[in-house]
Design a protein around this ligand. Structure first.
Ligand SMILES: [Zn+2]
Length: 177
């Protein structure tokens, strides 16, 4: 569902409902939030410049990441959180994942890019080859709460148990982009 701004005739994506669900699994809580795509225009450029803490999501992503451009589709409010009863959690969100995209340290090369570079004049080159990872690859492994502590373990996922396909041990399936 979307609303149309009658004055400007634009679709107001900021008012779309947020999709939220929470599941208990033994002591753990698994919850997710899904919402609209990141808008492509700043909603209040003056306010965003003057009050960084109140900036719109587009400015928050643009200013935080400092990437030459953002991915075509970003879902800024989509989040998956796995919460322990003592308050510790691991969360997966788009902003923290994009913070780990290589920016200015190009490691993925386009095939034949050297040949391509040689065939272009240096004057045009700077604009066309941005030194960042345009595939937006990230080694993001989640965001931990401050109280969470990482410890090495010998424990492994019980593959045999998973193979049994028991309905009581399978959580509802969700897709969070
Ligand atoms: Zn803004």
């Amino acid at each position: 569902m979307c609303t149309v701004n009658n004055v400007k005739g634009e679709i107001d994506i900021q008012r779309l409902p947020v999709n939220f669900e929470e599941h208990k699994f033994n002591d753990w809580t698994v919850k997710y939030t899904k919402s609209h795509i990141l808008h492509s225009l700043c909603t209040s450029s003056e306010n965003c410049k003057e009050k960084p803490l109140e900036q719109c999501l587009l400015c928050l992503y643009t200013n935080t990441l400092q990437l030459p451009h953002l991915p075509e589709m970003v879902f800024p409010n989509n989040k998956l959180t796995i919460l322990h009863p003592n308050g510790g959690y691991i969360e997966f969100n788009a902003l923290d994942a994009l913070k780990r995209v290589s920016n200015g340290k190009q490691s993925v090369k386009v095939a034949c890019s050297d040949y391509w570079k040689e065939s272009r004049s240096p004057a045009n080159l700077e604009e066309k080859i941005k030194p960042f990872d345009w595939t937006f690859s990230t080694d993001y492994k989640g965001t931990l709460s401050k109280s969470a502590v990482i410890e090495a373990t010998e424990e492994r996922i019980d593959i045999e148990k998973l193979k049994q396909k028991r309905k009581d041990i399978v959580l509802p399936r969700i897709d969070v982009v």
